[in-house]
Design a protein. Structure first.
Length: 245
């Protein structure tokens, strides 16, 4: 029933699907309890444009059981079609599920980030949410070799957070999710850095105004080339609305 509901709630963003749900967090809590394996994609404008250019990424997003409207551009695009949905920041969704897992004793695995970052994030989040069971961490510089694959197969964590950035984390999840078919797999970008304290998230007033990307650009000016995807997405969205192409 849950899978059917998710299929019916999809809407295309320039040909890339996103799910329109009233309560994404509860949907994932239900799937976690039902042991329904799920790949969660946190869709933003940059990923959408990459998906249009890379068929492999597009195919992965189409196969994912849940694609959430993470970026402000996605929410604004949906408004063009009369679809009013709230933005679902991946970092907030991921933390809400950690809070939930602390009470249900569902195990978590962290993979990604620079050396020691995911481990530091695990230490901090375990202290923040007593009862949280983070059963393993590994940095993103370790390739998915036999040892790591064996760890995942033996541990069978209920949720696996992957912070490698787009599109690497989506490719990684799609390749390895068969190792833990009943788990929730989420690509969380740079969330480990935020949780570990090595970076800070944009102030709330910027987030509330859908301007979090400006703070990220301030912190990481080298991202400016990637940010050119935003005006391209805006132009393509208007053109698509007019012509349907």
């Amino acid at each position: 029933m849950a899978s059917s509901h998710l299929t019916q709630s999809r809407f295309p963003i320039l040909g890339i699907p996103v799910h329109l749900l009233t309560n994404t967090t509860q949907t994932l809590k239900d799937r976690l309890a039902d042991r329904q394996g799920t790949h969660v994609v946190t869709l933003n404008a940059e990923m959408t444009m990459q998906g249009r250019d890379r068929s492999e990424l597009s195919d992965i997003i189409h196969r994912a059981e849940l694609v959430i409207p993470d970026g402000a551009g996605i929410v604004l695009y949906l408004k063009l079609y009369g679809k009013r949905v709230d933005r679902v920041p991946g970092i907030e969704l991921a933390e809400a599920l950690l809070d939930h897992a602390a009470t249900t004793q569902d195990s978590i695995f962290f993979y990604g980030g620079a050396p020691d970052v995911s481990a530091q994030a695990a230490t901090i989040m375990t202290a923040k949410y007593p009862g949280l069971q983070i059963v393993g961490t590994e940095n993103g510089y370790v390739n998915p070799d036999d040892e790591l694959c064996d760890r995942l197969q033996k541990l069978q964590p209920r949720m696996i957070y992957v912070g490698l950035g787009v599109p690497r984390q989506e490719l990684w999840i799609d390749t390895l999710r068969h190792l833990c078919p009943d788990s929730i797999w989420i690509g969380i970008g740079g969330s480990f850095d935020i949780w570990a304290g090595t970076k800070t998230r944009a102030p709330k007033w910027l987030c509330d105004r859908n301007l979090e990307w400006t703070y990220r650009l301030y912190q990481e000016p080298w991202r400016w080339k990637r940010m050119t995807a935003l005006p391209k997405f805006a132009w393509r969205s208007i053109l698509y609305r007019i012509t349907g192409k």
